[in-house]
Design a protein around this ligand. Sequence first.
Ligand SMILES: Cc1cc2nc3c(=O)[nH]c(=O)nc-3n(C[C@H](O)[C@H](O)[C@H](O)COP(=O)(O)O)c2cc1C
Length: 184
Amino acid sequence: MGLLKPGINEVIATTEFNAAPMGIIFKDGVARMVVFSGSHTAKNIEKNGWLVANFVYDPILYVTTAFEDIPNNAFLEETVNGRKMFRLKDTDAWAAFTTTIEKKTTEALMVTLTLEKEIIEEVSLHPVNRGFNSIIDTTVHATRYRVNHDPELKKQIDYHAGIIKKCGGKRDLEALELLLRYIS
Ligand SMILES: Cc1cc2nc3c(=O)[nH]c(=O)nc-3n(C[C@H](O)[C@H](O)[C@H](O)COP(=O)(O)O)c2cc1C
């Protein structure tokens, strides 16, 4: 079985020297993404036709890459089937894909992914932690809240902040602090 699991895989996608959390929808053996227009990820997919999914469990990296750029030395070059791609240097595993744009609207690209190569770099155990899971959830809400300041989203963010404070570890708490600064 490959690295993607059925459902939505919340990975950190790298495209050139860009990293951003993205959901890869894996259903019936097909991997797809909906990438909103205007993002660097959408632009790079259109330009280059590839993407690397990085399997990472660092809450701070999810928050950071959702809101800003990370330095070029966080990336590592890989040649995949003769094509130069970039993955994160510190990732437990990565999967490199070529991308096909099935549909383009003013709002988003609908993309299918074709697996070219996947590697597990490090095997480590990540016990289920509600604090980490809530970081992922609240970061999704926060990327939207920053744009529209919807009070309903703020309620969700506050709810998840409560879980992170109760269940999270040190890095989850640091990630929460960082996230609250991005949206303040
Ligand atoms: C867990 C998570 C999943 C996300 N999934 C998607 C997605 O599937 N498609 C998308 O366009 N944005 C998604 N986002 C939002 C992007 O990460 C965010 O808009 C980011 O700023 C885009 O960065 P970029 O301009 O460097 O590509 C997700 C955010 C998080 C935290």
